[in-house]
Design a protein around this ligand. Sequence first.
Ligand code: NAD
Ligand code: ZN
Length: 353
Amino acid sequence: MAAPQIPSVQWAQVIEKSGGPTEYKQIPVQKPGPDEVLINVKYSGVCHTDLHAMMGDWPLDTKLPLIGGHEGAGIVVAKGELVQDIEIGDYAGIKWLNASCLSCSYCQTSDEPLCAKALLSGYTVDGSFQQYAIAKALHVARIPKECDLEAISPILCAGITVYKGLKESGARAGQWVAIVGAGGGLGSIAIQYAKAMGLHTIAIDGGDEKRDLCKKLGASAFVDFTTSKNLVAEVKAASPDGLGPNAVLLVAVSEKPFQQATQYVRSRGTVVCIGLPANANISAPVFDTVIRMINIKGSYVGNRSDSAEAIEFYRRGLINVPFKTIGLSELQSAYDLMKKGAIAGRIVVDTSR
Ligand code: NAD
Ligand code: ZN
């Protein structure tokens, strides 16, 4: 095919200082290095991680100035001379994991998110809130041509992360999993993956809009953390024998649910920590954890194989991402809503406006 026209300047959302705001402006388009691709990002989901990055509330520094975004779906428009297995014109996705060394012991055993030299899109390198973004070719997500770039964009972080988390939970078809933060971006997509994997879900979040969304997406029960008088008892009661869910996926952005989950998980159950609320700790009584044989673990995005599998679930029509699209120029308004917990599902930005 004819080489695409690549402009020398583009629109982007740039954060100049920690705490924000993010500013919509024109900046130069970069050229890919020998092992990189340049992707014309069409759509990008807005993850709560992007808000953490802007606020600088994690114990890990971002680059500055910073272009956020790590759910970027678009088209490859240029590639370095070493890139062989992806072509100009292919659909591709910018994920959180922009690069890893591929030679340390973690990378060798497919645990590349744990690589100490990993580069993180929209955090330690510029991400997808720009019209043209760069990523290492070996790590970009391969997106099949029949997929819709707008609807698939949230799969590139939220989808991969919750799919991996569900696998890490060890829950098997027919079992019950509680999803905490179920009405948000990760949570609403987690309900879909859980259903596709044959699991029943107990959704936990706040407000009627999120209750309706979770039920529509297939949750078996909904517990409202803003009105519940005894959340632990209610979650247990929602499981069929009253003994609690086999697993808990914590994707909420506050600390309290991280203290509650071990109380309602079933004995021998697994609590998977995924959400990253600022300055939060997780603690559980040793006595209970031991005599009820409770498993507590973290789960962090996914490797390249998890990514391909999560995309394949989407391609097969099993995942119905609830999203609303706004212009890239309006990104700050998404952060304002996100701070208030007022987004049901995901916001996606369209980079053409
Ligand atoms: P989001 O803002 O879309 O959703 C968070 C949800 O949590 C909201 O619906 C909110 O109402 C709900 N919530 C807040 N307090 C709650 C409580 N006490 N009980 C139940 N629900 C509660 O955020 P998101 O984009 O889904 O991201 C969620 C978190 O996951 C963020 O901290 C993000 O940084 C993190 N994250 C982690 C990974 C990873 O690899 N581990 C990957 C992506 C995102
Ligand atoms: Zn994310």
